[in-house]
Design a protein around this ligand. Structure first.
Ligand SMILES: C[S@@+](CC[C@H](N)C(=O)[O-])C[C@H]1O[C@@H](n2cnc3c(N)ncnc32)[C@H](O)[C@@H]1O
Length: 303
């Protein structure tokens, strides 16, 4: 992350969700508020830069395109939007069922510009939402909320915290977290960027503050993605792009060993979807060329 700047990947994820809300048909996940987090100048900045960036991801196809809108569509199709949309849909589907089942706490770790608390404000009558994020990104989000004239709902708890340095359980308890109440924890688009020891210590800390039957969901890259001769071209390009943006992807997991790795940390693996499963759930019969990202998995674990 650049010093004093919000996470670039968080902004690009939100920009992608806004793009899909305006252009996707059928929609995989409709984040109709995501666009609000961008000023007019930022919208122009991302539209121009991501249109140009298409040439980096698919040089041959991009060379034949002269219309910037088509180049932006190409970027969205070729790059990480399919990851962003499918993981958000996955979490909110499980969250709906968990709320029906009595879950009253929702923790969004590395929330970025997640709009859940505003988009589904009705649910905050029976749900406490905790958003933990790096201070650079959360400060930016707070500033945009203020500029938009929105109010932070009483049951949305914003916790600025660096997972590399700060104590997660102390911060949660200080913000009103109830250790006796079941929770759903969403950790989307973050494990890639953290060292394995930090992922492990974070999961151990989570296990200490949630009761049995709490749920932890995260997405992850598999270990093959980090082996140049095995990784898919667009994954290799995504890794290079994040490295250039000062947010290198450093950690992946072996899907076959995930259960064994996480059980000692306090969570049992309940579901582990690979690209073929994600393709079948969210991308079948689409005519817009979106498909599940290679090497990306969705894991659901239970305390
Ligand atoms: C790719 S964005 C994902 C944002 C959001 N979950 C989404 O799906 O759009 C990665 C997020 O992880 C956060 N993050 C990265 N490193 C972090 C750290 N050391 N501590 C806390 N948050 C971190 C960033 O601030 C950013 O919000």
């Amino acid at each position: 992350m650049q010093p004093n700047q919000p996470s670039a990947s968080a902004l690009i994820s939100a920009f992608g969700r806004a793009y899909h809300s305006a252009h996707g048909d059928p929609k995989i996940f409709d984040d109709y508020l995501a666009d609000k987090f961008f000023t007019t100048a930022q919208r122009t900045f991302f539209t121009e830069n991501l249109s140009r960036a298409y040439a980096f991801f698919e040089p041959q196809a991009a060379a034949e395109i002269t219309d910037p809108a088509q180049a932006l569509a190409g970027f969205m199709r070729a790059q990480s939007l399919s990851i962003t949309l499918s993981r958000a849909r996955y979490v909110e589907t499980i969250l709906d069922a968990a709320i029906q089942n009595g879950v009253k706490q929702f923790l969004i770790l590395g929330a970025g510009l997640d709009t859940f608390a505003f988009r589904r404000a009705d649910l905050l009558e029976r749900l406490d939402v905790y958003e933990v994020d790096h201070p650079n990104t959360q400060n930016y989000k707070r500033q945009r909320i203020t500029e938009l004239g929105w109010e932070v709902p009483a049951r949305l708890h914003l916790i600025p915290l660096d997972l590399n340095q700060d104590d997660l359980s102390t911060a949660l308890l200080g913000a009103g977290w109830n250790v006796g109440e079941r929770a759903l924890i969403s950790w989307l688009g973050v494990t890639y960027y953290l060292a394995r020891e930090v992922i492990h210590s974070t999961v151990r800390a989570l296990a200490q503050v949630v009761p049995a039957n709490s749920i932890l969901i995260f997405d992850y890259l598999d270990a093959d993605a980090f082996i140049p001769e095995r990784t898919a071209p667009r994954v290799a390009r995504m890794q290079l792009a994040t490295q250039m943006a000062d947010e290198p992807m450093v950690t992946g997991f072996d899907p076959q060993k995930l259960a064994v790795e996480f059980a000692p940390l306090g969570f049992e693996l309940a579901e582990n979807l690979g690209p073929a499963d994600i393709q079948q759930r969210y991308f079948q019969n689409r005519s817009d060329g979106y498909y599940a990202f290679e090497h990306i998995h969705l894991a659901k674990l239970v305390r």
